[in-house]
Design a protein around this ligand. Structure first.
Ligand SMILES: Cc1cc2nc3c(=O)[nH]c(=O)nc-3n(C[C@H](O)[C@H](O)[C@H](O)COP(=O)(O)OP(=O)(O)OC[C@H]3O[C@@H](n4cnc5c(N)ncnc54)[C@H](O)[C@@H]3O)c2cc1C
Length: 380
């Protein structure tokens, strides 16, 4: 079976077979019991709330799965940051990145040839599966931005293009966290740390220094050669995305439910008699390229799970102009916000927890609301 099946039932089974207790013990290790649910959460097939409620219904208590639920809250937190800051997340958010000497992506990272075994393996896996473990993402970002002194933007877009879970908020803001532009210091990982969490036994590499010494090393020669457009080779060919004919149908409903690469929820508004259209907006993909693998994953998720879905490649304006008499429905997402008639809210883990500028106050408020909810008797 594929590492990331696209069938809705298989996705629910992935939640059902997940063990949040094993997760808390091992999640930081490259072979830890992580959920691999992010591609589905990111694409809006399931929400953080659905995952949480389903685990509760399996009998897990909040205190047993607190670490995991906290991770789910990171997703919502970054999304709220995106809603709040808007396009400002595309630039250095809080501080300018220090010690930047290059732009582009180190060729050795692009070609999975850094010489650090765990890193090269993870990059090859990213290309073949569309997934990379969180710690490996942090290590790769630290090598690119801090060891090799590249600005975070192009490396961030390269990684985003290959991730099935590509989410610009989690991506850009995590890269910025590592590069010290959205945090107060840069994140460093040395060889000892990588050996520990990736079960490798490699020494005398360009990362084999203490934390005091690592930031003072010269940029390793292997990281100096740069690729300026690292996504151009494998990204979805825009020719495949030239506008398609407008959808047509036999019956004529008044409503149109608009799906996007970030709203592929098969249960959304399924009691509404509506035409269902997945919009691929070439303008968006030009700004945020994705690989062919990711593009196919989105298409498969949509076609397999949303009945009678039609795909339209083109602009929202073209669609709206053609179907001016129809009522458009969409679900809120900061990546793609169109002026529709009815905009549904997304399914947050804790709907009443507002934006907070930093994670721990956000999590505190979220955990309090979840505990309160559990202690409040439900009406019969
Ligand atoms: C440099 C860098 C880039 C990243 N880019 C992305 C990205 O484009 N898309 C993306 O979804 N995540 C991104 N992350 C966050 C994180 O690495 C992934 O969400 C996580 O690895 C997904 O794997 P999982 O589902 O097995 O996670 P688990 O560890 O099982 O976590 C469960 C869920 O919690 C959420 N979650 C966990 N960690 C984070 C986190 N740090 N930030 C936000 N949500 C989190 C995810 O929804 C995830 O599915 C990035 C992290 C870093 C350091």
């Amino acid at each position: 079976m594929s590492l990331f099946p696209t069938n809705y039932q298989a996705i629910l089974e992935r939640i059902d077979s997940f063990d949040p207790i094993a997760y808390a013990k091992s999640r930081n290790y490259a072979n830890g019991a992580v959920s691999r649910l992010s591609p589905y959460i990111s694409r809006g097939v399931i929400s953080t709330r659905v995952v949480y409620e389903r685990l509760l219904s399996k009998g897990f208590k909040l205190y047993q799965m607190e670490k995991f639920v906290q991770e789910l809250a990171w997703r919502d937190f970054w999304q709220k940051q995106w809603q709040y800051h808007g396009r400002a997340i595309n630039q250095d958010l809080k501080h300018n990145q220090q010690n930047v000497n290059q732009h582009g992506l180190p060729r050795a990272i692009h070609e999975a040839n850094t010489g650090i075994e765990a890193i090269d393996k993870a990059i090859k896996e990213l290309y073949s599966t569309g997934y990379m473990h969180n710690h490996l993402r942090m290590y790769v970002a630290s090598i690119a931005c801090n060891v090799a002194q590249y600005h975070w933007q192009i490396p961030g877009k390269w990684m985003f293009a290959h991730l099935l879970d590509g989410d610009w908020a989690s991506n850009a803001l995590s890269w910025q966290w590592v590069a010290g532009t959205n945090s107060n210091k840069k994140y460093w990982a040395n060889q000892d740390n990588i050996n520990h969490f990736c079960h490798t036994d490699q020494w005398k590499t360009f990362l084999d220094f203490s934390y005091d010494d690592l930031p003072h090393q010269e940029v390793p020669r292997i990281l100096t050669e740069s690729v300026l457009e690292p996504t151009s080779k494998d990204q979805t060919n825009m020719a495949h995305l030239s506008p398609t004919g407008l959808p047509n149908w036999d019956v004529d409903y008044k409503a149109i439910c608009l799906y996007t690469p970030y709203n592929l929820d098969p249960l959304w508004r399924n009691d509404l008699k509506a035409h269902r259209i997945l919009l691929f907006d070439p303008e968006y993909f030009t700004q945020y390229p994705i690989s062919n693998k990711v593009f196919k994953f989105i298409q498969d998720l949509a076609i397999e799970n949303i009945p009678e879905l039609q795909i339209f490649v083109g602009s929202f304006d073209a669609l709206k102009k053609h179907f001016a008499h129809k009522e458009f429905y969409a679900k809120e997402h900061p990546a793609l916000s169109y002026p529709v008639d009815v905009l549904d809210s997304r399914d947050w883990l804790s709907p009443d927890t507002p934006y907070k500028p930093s994670f721990f106050p956000y999590w505190k408020s979220c955990a309090k609301a979840l505990k309160l909810e559990l202690n409040t008797p439900k009406p019969h």
